[in-house]
Write a protein that binds this ligand. Structure first.
Ligand SMILES: Cc1cc2nc3c(=O)[nH]c(=O)nc-3n(C[C@H](O)[C@H](O)[C@H](O)COP(=O)(O)O)c2cc1C
Length: 358
């Protein structure tokens, strides 16, 4: 029932999903009736992708995009989240039925999938109205397992402090920084060759910040010239340059199935924000660091584990997150002063897709 053009369209829509470090850690197996999505072992499981959490969120966002694109093409998708047994087994299967009536097809949803992007631009200074926040929250909460939490105005200070403190811990964690520096694509040529990773031009950096980032590749620079105070104040200022500081919250017990569902909720949130003209910039050091501190405390200095726990406690207080909930995706949300300077590239769909007709 799915022809090659459907498969291409669904694969491209899926791959437009956001992923940490633009890792695009997916593989797709298509048949005439279904798509099976699994993890790409080599593109997932890095230091901060603790138990492949960030990758599973990415798979959830991929599936959400596939579902939107399928409806626009006249199919009703059924999503089966299978979980993670082995890394080469499918995590999600999507089956497709023909829609009985095409009257309700909303083509604008497909456009949102294409136009959603990380926008790291400054805030235009206008506070987002509560009606728009409510529209975005309604999408996060469609399945009732997820919630959008936000702070604005004066209340942003404690969240900005906590998120900036996580950046301090990160900057002096060698394993984390070494990994992050490999994600960057330093030249246009490099970005075009790999079509993954973080293209520096998407980061909206000033010339001096860009030089500073390059210098971070040198250990002596970090230890001699970067003070904890400087990292804290730079990141705090950038975080306060936003209307709302927000998070998607999921059930505390973050098993693979629940992470895929959380990725779907993140994507619904982001598509709704895009429809409302709002910019999202993930600021996600803490959710993954916290997972590492919880599950693999031995892999971090004791001082970092304590700092990470305190940061999470203060975020929970600020956003009123309950004991049975987990903060999984943290971000700046604003009306931006303009569109992003550049868009992140994607690998060709044929690079991660195999078609096996039954
Ligand atoms: C789980 C997750 C974590 C992310 N963390 C950050 C982050 O800490 N800082 C940031 O600037 N962007 C972050 N991003 C945004 C990604 O870098 C971005 O989605 C990717 O480069 C693709 O770009 P696009 O969203 O414009 O399509 C994150 C995205 C996801 C899905």
């Amino acid at each position: 029932m799915l022809d090659d053009d459907d498969i291409r369209a669904l694969a491209e829509a899926g791959a437009a999903a956001p992923t940490g470090g633009n890792a695009q850690p997916w593989r797709l197996r298509a048949t005439g009736k279904s798509l099976e999505i699994s993890l790409d072992e080599e593109r997932s499981g890095a230091f901060i992708d603790v138990d492949r959490t960030s990758s599973l969120l990415g798979l959830g966002s991929f599936v959400e995009n596939v579902s939107v694109a399928a409806r626009v093409r006249g199919f009703e998708p059924t999503v089966e989240i299978l979980g993670l047994t082995r890394v080469d087994e499918p995590v999600v299967r999507v089956l497709f039925d023909l829609l009985e009536t095409r009257d309700a097809i909303d083509g604008s949803a497909a456009l949102l999938v294409k136009t959603r992007a990380t926008n790291r631009r400054p805030w235009n200074g206008e506070t987002i109205d509560t009606e728009r926040i409510a529209r975005v929250a309604a999408e996060t909460e469609v399945d009732r397992a997820h919630r959008l939490v936000t702070v604005s105005g004066e209340a942003r200070a404690s969240v900005a402090n906590a998120l900036a403190e996580a950046d301090v811990v990160r900057t002096f964690n060698r394993a984390y920084m070494d990994e992050m520096l490999t994600e960057f694509r330093w030249t246009a040529e490099e970005a075009e060759t790999t079509r993954d990773g973080i293209d520096l031009t998407t980061l909206e950096l000033s010339a001096s910040d860009r030089t500073g980032l390059g210098m971070m590749r040198k250990r002596w620079f970090v230890s001699l010239f970067l003070s904890r105070n400087r990292i804290r104040s730079m990141n705090r200022a950038a975080l306060l340059d936003s209307s709302h500081l927000a998070a998607v919250v999921m059930p505390r017990d973050a098993r693979p199935r629940q992470l895929v569902a959380a990725g779907q909720a993140v994507q619904r949130t982001w598509l709704a924000a895009t429809a409302a003209g709002l910019a999202i910039q993930p600021w996600c050091t803490i959710p993954f660091f916290y997972l590492r501190a919880e599950r693999y405390a031995d892999s971090l200095p004791e001082r970092d584990v304590r700092a990470i726990e305190e940061i999470m406690d203060s975020l929970r207080d600020a956003w009123r997150v309950g004991g049975d909930e987990r903060v999984i995706f943290t971000f700046r949300m604003s009306i931006p002063d303009g569109p992003p300077a550049a868009l992140a590239l994607r690998r060709a769909w044929t690079d991660f897709t195999t078609i096996e007709r039954d």
